[in-house]
Structure formats: structure tokens, C-alpha cells
Design a protein around this ligand. Structure first.
Ligand SMILES: C[S@@+](CC[C@H](N)C(=O)[O-])C[C@H]1O[C@@H](n2cnc3c(N)ncnc32)[C@H](O)[C@@H]1O
Length: 255
């Protein structure tokens, strides 16, 4: 555990795992070398970001931060060319490019701002939204608009809870979307997520938490996206195998 101290007498303190600290140092170097070559603002900015998430998570279930397993990120990058997370934080991101809720504190660590203010024209993206029904519906609207306006191949891999009793509006909308090229499901208790508090866990054994719900995976793609990143049966099989490898205790390095 690495401690970040702040205040005149260092009285304010935040704990963070060394591996996450190393990732944040790498992200900061990548994004702030020109503006802060001596890294003198690194610790104050790190402290502000950690304090923001501590305040936010104090009122939220840590499930809003649960992340896909590392082998799944490796698989979607290899199989579907994904290089960007649409819902993330500097603490849970796997890729060095991502959107997050708090641009003022997160931009120094590579955030491109909130997903609904992000307008890509092409590319391959992963989305694992927090379990907020309003945000999930807004996400589907946003993705469909982007797919309509795209100038090149565009693909979204969406991961969300397979809640069907009753089904959520976002789930119904995704399944009925004209851009839905394929969908598949991972069964409850047969996969895990990375703990939403992964950045401050003391024991690696707590890193993965079994999912009590199924996870639905939907591919929303325009024609060019479908041609470039076709979700073939073979690739889906490889993806589901990756979900079975979640017991690995590895933590992410920025990709
Ligand atoms: C379920 S976690 C996803 C974890 C991991 N990045 C992944 O893709 O598996 C959802 C993340 O989205 C972030 N988030 C919340 N509102 C957001 C918004 N409007 N834009 C982008 N990210 C947001 C949350 O703070 C949280 O870190």
C-alpha cells in the first residue's frame, strides 16, 4: 500500500495499492509530461482525484466501479480491436484511453470526460456502464446517434446485467436496436468482476467477486464496423473462455 499525504502537517492521508499507484504514474507521465515535466503537481492532483472518488463512493455502492476481468480486456483487444473504455475511472481503467465521470480531477490521468460528451466518428469501444437505468438508456440513445453519424467503422461492445424480471429499458432497447449484430450471455456465478475497490484492497484474494447476475454482451455496429470486427462464433467462443480465466490476480497496466 502506498500512502498519499496532504495538508500542512500531512494530516490528510489516502491509501492506494502500489500497482495502481504505478499505473497512475505512467498515465500522468503520458498525459502531463509537457505541462508538468518535473511532476511537481503529480501528488496534489493524485490526492484530489482520490478524494473525489472517496467522497463519491461513500454514497454509492462499490458495484458502480466493478470492472471486467483483465483476461476479458485482453481478449476484446485481440479479437475486436477495442482500445477504449467508455465507462471508467483512472483507478479502474485498463486502457490508457477512457471516459469518466469527473473530467476536472481525472483529465491529468487520461480521461476524455463523460461519455455523453464524447463523439467518436469511428473506432472500437467497450462499455460497462454503472447500474443506473437512466444512464444506461442515455448510453443506448447516444450510441445509436453516433452509429448514424459515423464516418468510418464504429463498434460498441456493451456489457450489462441480464436483468429480465422485468427487463430493464436499456436491455430491451439494446436487443431491439437495428445496430445489434450479435448478443451472447455469460451465466450467473460462472464469471466474476474486478472488485470496485480494487485500488485500495490489501489482499489480492479479494480482487475478484463472483457475479450473482448473468452478463449480457451486445455488439452494436455500423456496416463498416461489422465488416471490420465481425463477432464470429469462433471469436465469441474465445471471449467466453476469457471470462472463465478471471481467477488471475493480475492488475492492469495501461494498454
Ligand atoms: C462498472 S464501472 C466500469 C469499470 C471498467 N472501466 C470496465 O469497463 O469494466 C463504471 C465506471 O463508469 C464511471 N462513470 C460514471 N458515470 C460516467 C459517465 N457519465 N461517463 C463515463 N464514465 C462514467 C464510474 O465512475 C465507473 O468508474
Amino acid at each position: 500500500m502506498q500512502f498519499v499525504r496532504y495538508g500542512r502537517d500531512n494530516s490528510s492521508q489516502q491509501g492506494i495499492c502500489r500497482s495502481v499507484f504505478a499505473k497512475l504514474q505512467q498515465l500522468y507521465t503520458l498525459h502531463c509530461t509537457e505541462e508538468d515535466p518535473s511532476m511537481e503537481k503529480f501528488f496534489p492532483r493524485l490526492w484530489c482525484m482520490l478524494t473525489r472518488y472517496q467522497a463519491f463512493l461513500g454514497q454509492q455502492s462499490q458495484n458502480t466501479q466493478a470492472a471486467l476481468p483483465i483476461p476479458v480486456f485482453e481478449a476484446i483487444s485481440r479479437l475486436f480491436g477495442v482500445t477504449f473504455e467508455l465507462f471508467a475511472s483512472p483507478l479502474n481503467c485498463y486502457f490508457k484511453q477512457y471516459c469518466s465521470a469527473f473530467p476536472d480531477t481525472d483529465c491529468y490521468f487520461g480521461s476524455r470526460g463523460p461519455v455523453l460528451d464524447f463523439y467518436p466518428l469511428e473506432g472500437s469501444f467497450e462499455a460497462n456502464p454503472p447500474f443506473s437505468e437512466e444512464l444506461m438508456v442515455a448510453m443506448v440513445n447516444h450510441m445509436e446517434n453516433l452509429l448514424k453519424e459515423a464516418t468510418g467503422p464504429l463498434s460498441f461492445m456493451v456489457f450489462l446485467p441480464d436483468w429480465r424480471d422485468p427487463p430493464t429499458e436499456a436491455l430491451v432497447r439494446l436487443e431491439a436496436s437495428p445496430y445489434n449484430r450479435r448478443q451472447t450471455c455469460v451465466l450467473p456465478f460462472e464469471h466474476s468482476y474486478r472488485n470496485g475497490m480494487q485500488h485500495c484492497l490489501e489482499r489480492d484474494e479479494d480482487l475478484y467477486v463472483k457475479s450473482a447476475h448473468g452478463t449480457l454482451i451486445v455488439f452494436l455496429q455500423n456496416d463498416a464496423g461489422f465488416m471490420k470486427w465481425t463477432p464470429t462464433s469462433e471469436k465469441i467462443k474465445d471471449l467466453l473462455i476469457a471470462f472463465g480465466q478471471q481467477s488471475s490476480h493480475r492488475r492492469p497496466q495501461p494498454q
